[in-house]
Ligand binder design. Structure first.
Ligand SMILES: C[S@@+](CC[C@H](N)C(=O)[O-])C[C@H]1O[C@@H](n2cnc3c(N)ncnc32)[C@H](O)[C@@H]1O
Length: 224
């Protein structure tokens, strides 16, 4: 699935990742549901591997799977000193891991956007061990300032349809309020410009002050 933000602008996407969720709301919510300490964790659609080193601090083994070759290289370079991390080229529809090989999966803003991701869901069911947990993190277009920007960018996205899709598949939803908080206005504006069309980015930058924004997300999760 094309991801022009990180494929074309990995350095700016790095700024975005650093700005996401300074209060670690997501990590706390995930650890309450399924802590990965001592377990095997998969970060599916791991991009440049931004999250792999933090997972590697407590997981026994960490796999990053990513389809885009240039990002696979960046993720490998980021984690080359970490003995318990492996980065593999692959997709959510064809995960290059054996059956029942991981305990916890994180998928952050990658591929699992609701209807259409059924082949990836079948692969999750294959690779996650019985009792294991998968997490999908995605935007909640129904809430928050960021959600209103996202709705303007993707007017065809229907938050109710997405919610229905996940509950029919047996997933639970935890609505969370996080923030983007940047070190400078220039960083904020550069990230807005990789996430939105030039016209919408101009409108956002013209109307929204400061170096951050409140951002509603859904943490979807399922036990296998
Ligand atoms: C917005 S980026 C997020 C990257 C990473 N999860 C992060 O939070 O830094 C989306 C990622 O999903 C990857 N991706 C796209 N299609 C995919 C697929 N079919 N299976 C797995 N990953 C995919 C992209 O290559 C990209 O790295």
């Amino acid at each position: 699935m094309p991801s022009p933000n990180i494929w074309q602008h990995p350095a700016t996407y790095e700024l975005e990742n650093r700005a996401v969720d300074p209060g670690h709301v997501l990590e706390s919510a995930m650890r309450e549901i399924a802590d990965w300490a001592g377990l095997a964790l998969l970060d599916l659609g791991c991009g440049t591997g931004f999250h792999l080193p933090a997972f590697a601090e407590s997981a026994s083994s960490v796999f990053g799977v990513e389809p885009h070759p240039a990002l696979v290289n960046l993720a490998r370079r980021r984690t080359r000193a970490l003995a318990n991390v492996r980065v593999l080229q692959g997709t959510a529809q064809q995960i290059p891991l054996p059956a029942a090989s991981v305990d916890v999966v994180q998928v952050r803003w990658a591929y699992f956007f609701g209807p259409g991701c059924e082949p990836g869901l079948a692969e999750l069911a294959r690779v996650v061990r019985t009792g294991g947990t998968a997490f999908v993190i995605d935007n909640d277009a129904a809430r928050s300032t960021f959600g209103s920007w996202f709705r303007r960018a993707h007017p065809a996205t229907d938050p109710c349809e997405i919610e229905r899709f996940w509950s029919v598949q047996g997933w639970s939803r935890v609505p969370l309020d996080i923030r983007w908080e940047f070190g400078s206005r220039a960083d904020f504006e550069s990230v807005i410009r990789i996430e939105f069309s030039p016209e919408l980015a101009d409108q956002i930058v013209g109307a929204h002050e400061g170096t951050g924004v409140e951002y509603a997300v859904n943490l979807w999760w399922r036990r296998f």
